[in-house]
Design a protein around this ligand. Structure first.
Ligand code: OAD
Length: 241
């Protein structure tokens, strides 16, 4: 076994309170395209301002709802991969592991993680565009946005769009986890989108060790105790006892 992997295993074994911070890369091996990959093919002609802003949604609700519906369908057909399962196995072995994710695909929960902080919302939920709150009982396969039961406004995907605040409770939970943990595993994120990308720095400032798992270099490498270059689905299972 290589030395870096051994060091990471030792850090995880010694940790009393690990936190896992994930991005699109953790779901790559489930076949879920990252946001940028998802803008290829049929959707290549649209830019993120059209598909991932409130203004874009208001301008063309059916187009945007349809795009999210097609992503939701793809996510529904995907399965958690060995990386999601290894993270759930760390929790099973220890009783508690907070997972802070930028992903909206719900795959951590499907793999068995019970404490998941969704910083960018969830594509599996919808909420009222006019602010009535979360919606239930809407038809997942509709090709145009269903209406809010209270006010008849269109429902929108419950995800964070460009220019929007992150959900307050999720940010508070993520910051608390970063401040409290003694180890943060940073998995499959380019760490370029703030404020999420600030979390590993927050953890490091509080004295936590940081382990990066990513096939490519990231901004976080500079503060990491160990950088493991490779695919999350191969590396995370190798960290388990
Ligand atoms: P990115 O698409 O920016 O970065 C994905 C990262 O995953 C890259 O660093 C890849 O090198 C890495 N990666 C690819 N395959 C991997 C694998 N098999 N194992 C491990 N890592 C792998 O995704 P995020 O960092 O999640 O925001 O992007 C953050 C946010 O930017 C998204 O949540 C979204 C987007 O704009 C919103 O929608 C608000």
């Amino acid at each position: 076994m290589n030395t870096e992997l051994q060091r990471a295993r030792a850090l995880l074994a010694a940790s009393g309170d690990p936190v896992v911070f994930t991005g699109a890369g953790v779901s790559a091996e489930s076949g879920i395209p990252t946001f940028r990959d998802a803008l290829t093919g049929l959707w290549a002609e649209y830019d993120p301002e059209t598909l991932a802003t409130e203004a874009g949604f208001r301008a063309n609700p059916s187009l945007v709802w349809d795009w999210y519906a097609s992503r939701r369908e793809r996510i529904g057909q995907a399965e958690p991969n060995p990386a999601h399962r290894a993270i759930a196995a760390i929790e099973a072995a220890r009783g508690r592991v907070t997972v802070v994710t930028q992903n909206v695909d719900g795959l951590h929960a499907r793999a068995g993680s019970s404490d998941v902080v969704e910083l960018h919302g969830s594509i599996l939920r919808a909420r009222c565009l006019a602010g009535c709150g979360p919606a239930s009982g809407w038809e997942a396969d509709l090709r145009s946005p269903p209406r809010c039961r209270h006010c008849e406004a269109p429902l929108r995907p419950d995800v964070v769009w460009f220019g929007e605040w992150l959900p307050h409770e999720a940010v508070a939970a993520a910051e608390a986890a970063a401040a409290r943990c003694d180890l943060m595993l940073v998995v499959g994120t380019s760490a370029q989108v703030y404020p999420a990308a600030e979390l590993p720095f927050r953890a490091r400032r509080s004295g936590a060790e940081v382990i990066v798992i990513n096939p490519e270099p990231t901004e976080i490498d500079a503060i990491a105790s160990v950088v493991l270059r490779g695919r999350a689905g191969e590396i995370l299972p190798a960290l388990l006892p």
